[in-house]
Design a protein around this ligand. Structure first.
Ligand code: GLN
Length: 495
């Protein structure tokens, strides 16, 4: 059974549909593996044994009736800011530490309808605010490549679950990089579709003009299958776009002939550590070897991305998180009167980073500062999007690092700005709403380091060009096979 679990989503679904194994037997094996392996990694806030079994039984029954289920029996980890009816959905916060979701997020429901089995709810930075998973109020997640290092964030539990083999794929959410940066840190594929492609219904909101759900998987092909399953218009989310979802798997290709790859002039690799730089230079050469033509493109305003994001995202967060007042959801700390109850609840329920964002956002939106900060940030956002549009007149896809370094050690980024800068390469794409993914592109062994650590290549295409993006990423992946060259030691030890 263990060998079936080590396969990709496409093959597992095929094996279960062919009745090589029942979904229930496979689920039992997946749960046993998750309980056995997750102690060291801590990917999950909860392993949802009973819910998983219930869905597995349902999948077996539906298969017996002749249903065709593209994700039959495939174990999935769900980031714990997505609702799964009847399970605790905490957003990594004490505020929702005991909150049980009364309904299921659309993206999650589409996976369940396709036969996927929810193995557990994955850890995250509180309300998805962070780049290391260290802001979770409810648990520590370690990087399976080196347990002394962070998995990245905010979808740290989701990537760690896939990297340690306890889930075949996972759902993450990405507001400014939270799928792509952790995917790079853990050596897996992380894909953020175009804003509006995947319903946010049932995703606990952080910054609603940026939040997007996407797949985290062991291969681009698996990511494409999951993307096709979850994407598309949803009446429950008015920002979803009624535009047909092309079959991304049909667009998977093996070479890059005729593809123009944009290399961003402003993203000077000379800023990077020499070893890291060498990996990216090699990645660009590999793209060329596969038939692509490299062209230089300019993103002159991308450098303002982080500053722009850290006004817009906190502004939206301060508004979205106003609902956690002790009256409607989750934690309530009783005090003398209503006002005091609000204050006591919010003081006890939110962690430091969330409070910092609420303060920054409330300030940026306050009368007298609104024009100076929030409105200017919106103008900068438009300029960044326009830069991309101009760049895409000269290229089909933009390639750059997903992060400036491999995974770092716990407590290495003690000041907030150094943490914010981890998303330097992912935030501009988020502000522009573009589809963007990270695919493994090599390894570095840090000085004094015990093990090689993975790096990710970020690829980005124009709005709604998901199929082209996945096709290009697949060609790079099969042409280089980096993910096959190394395996996380935590996983080796468990074998
Ligand atoms: N690291 C960024 C932040 O802290 C992005 C988080 C995300 O994409 N959810 O806001």
């Amino acid at each position: 059974m263990s060998d079936v679990l080590d396969r990709g989503a496409v093959e597992i679904a095929r094996a279960v549909a062919a009745r090589e194994t029942s979904a229930l037997d496979l689920t039992e094996a997946a749960l046993a593996r998750a309980h056995q392996r997750d102690g060291a990694v801590g990917a999950y806030l909860a392993i949802t044994d009973e819910v998983a079994r219930e869905h597995a039984r349902r999948v077996d029954a539906r298969l017996a009736q002749g249903a065709r289920l593209p994700l039959a029996g495939v174990p999935v980890a769900i980031k714990d800011n997505m609702c799964l009816a009847g399970t605790r959905t905490t957003a990594g916060s004490k505020m929702l530490g005991n909150w049980v979701a009364p309904y299921t997020a659309t993206a999650v429901q589409r996976l369940l309808d396709a036969g996927a089995i929810p193995i557990g709810k994955a850890n995250l930075d509180e309300f998805a605010m962070g780049s290391s998973c260290e802001n979770s109020a409810l648990g520590v997640t370690r990087n399976p490549w080196d347990l002394a290092r962070v998995p990245g964030g905010s979808s740290g539990g989701s990537v760690a679950a896939v990297a340690s083999g306890t889930a075949t794929f996972a759902l993450g959410s990405d507001t400014g990089g939270s799928i792509r940066e952790p995917a790079a840190f853990c050596g897996v594929v992380g894909f953020k579709p175009t804003y509006g492609r995947v319903s946010r219904y049932g995703l606990i909101a952080f910054a609603s003009s940026l939040d997007q759900i996407g797949p985290i998987a062991k291969s681009v092909e698996d990511a494409a299958l999951v993307y096709e399953t979850i994407a598309g218009v949803d009446a429950a989310d008015a920002t979803t776009v009624a535009r047909p979802v092309e079959t991304a798997r049909g667009a998977l290709r093996d070479d890059l002939a005729g593809v123009r790859v944009g290399i961003v002039r402003e993203f000077d690799l000379a800023h990077l550590d020499p070893e890291v730089r060498a990996v990216y230079e090699q990645a660009y050469r590999d793209l060329e070897k596969l038939g692509a033509e490299l062209v230089e493109v300019a993103l002159p305003t991308a450098d303002y991305g982080v500053a722009t994001y850290y006004l817009i995202a906190p502004a939206e967060c301060s508004s979205n998180l106003a609902r956690f007042d002790g009256m409607r959801y989750g934690l309530r700390v009783e005090a003398a009167d209503v006002g005091a109850t609000y204050e006591a609840t919010r003081a006890a329920g939110f962690g430091d980073e969330v409070k910092r964002r609420i303060l920054i956002g409330t300030y940026a939106l306050s009368s007298g500062y609104y024009d100076a900060y929030y409105v200017r940030a919106q103008k900068a956002r438009t300029l960044i999007a326009l830069d991309f549009r101009t760049a895409f007149e000269r290229c089909d896809v933009i390639a750059c690092p997903a992060a400036s370094s491999p995974a770092f050690e716990f407590n290495a980024k003690s000041d907030p700005v150094s943490m914010y800068l981890m998303d330097y390469y992912t935030i501009p794409m988020s502000l522009a709403g573009l589809p963007s993914l990270s695919v493994p592109c090599g390894y570095v062994t840090p000085e004094g380091g015990r093990t090689p650590l993975p790096l990710g290549l970020e690829l980005t295409t124009p709005l709604f060009a998901e199929a082209a993006l996945l096709g290009i990423a697949h060609a790079y992946e099969v042409g280089t096979r980096h993910a096959q060259k190394q395996a996380p030691p935590a996983l080796e030890a468990a074998r």
